[in-house]
Design a protein around this ligand. Sequence first.
Ligand SMILES: C[S@@+](CC[C@H](N)C(=O)[O-])C[C@H]1O[C@@H](n2cnc3c(N)ncnc32)[C@H](O)[C@@H]1O
Length: 258
Amino acid sequence: MAAAIDTNKTDRTHYSYTAYQTDSITRNFDAMRFGGSFGRYIAEHQLSFVLKHIDNPSGSRILDLGAGTGRTALPLSRLGASVLAADASEKMLSIIQEKSFLQGIPLELAQIDAHTLPFPDKSFDTVITFRLIMHVVNWRQTLSEICRVSRNTVILDFPPKCGLAGFAPIVHHLVRPFRKNHQSYRVFNISDITSALYAEDYVVTAMDKHLVLPFGLHRFVNSSGFTAVSESVLAKAGFRDLFGAPVTVIARRRKCLQ
Ligand SMILES: C[S@@+](CC[C@H](N)C(=O)[O-])C[C@H]1O[C@@H](n2cnc3c(N)ncnc32)[C@H](O)[C@@H]1O
């Protein structure tokens, strides 16, 4: 591992640290999130959106922050990018390490905390962070760090308050007392993200809103035909533009746009 975890003032008992140290979550992470045809579909959709917007992956220096089991870091490295996969969880990093070894894909790894990144300003061409700011203790501090260490592009996703994801806080409230390490993630107004990025000197240049119906329903039905037909009908009716989730944004440093 390249760097040691930073001792900072965030609450280390928060689920965003503890949940990803448990075997039940880390060992089942890929199968639960990206297993089956629906899981592969959501991973491929987001990766293809990223690839459309990374100028030239080959040769670019990329930080995948909160890299998890490497679903973004590994394919980008395979395409020739120099990728640092960073995460707070040693267990998640050990899974990426194993995959990178088995797949013969080179990857640098670092155990670090997203709230205080141990890199100088503008160390990376692009910083990618998926399913992270929804979980961290302090999302504004994390976003500020992400923007600081990127030279050009920041790519991140989040569940929007509009649409069905907006009900998540109510569900969390009901479920939390019964589930240890329940992941009570936050949901965002899209304008909170775009204005926080703007305050860090970044402009959102592209946005993808993915699915209207809840992931849980698509997983439950487990039919690519159902996902394709239902989501295409809802998109044509204009619901995806209003309610699609997660929202993935590409933001560029303002100076790089001039
Ligand atoms: C939901 S997983 C997402 C993993 C991956 N980005 C993906 O989309 O598949 C969240 C990841 O963020 C990591 N994480 C949570 N809090 C963090 C923090 N403060 N600093 C760095 N990583 C953190 C967790 O260990 C976990 O691997």
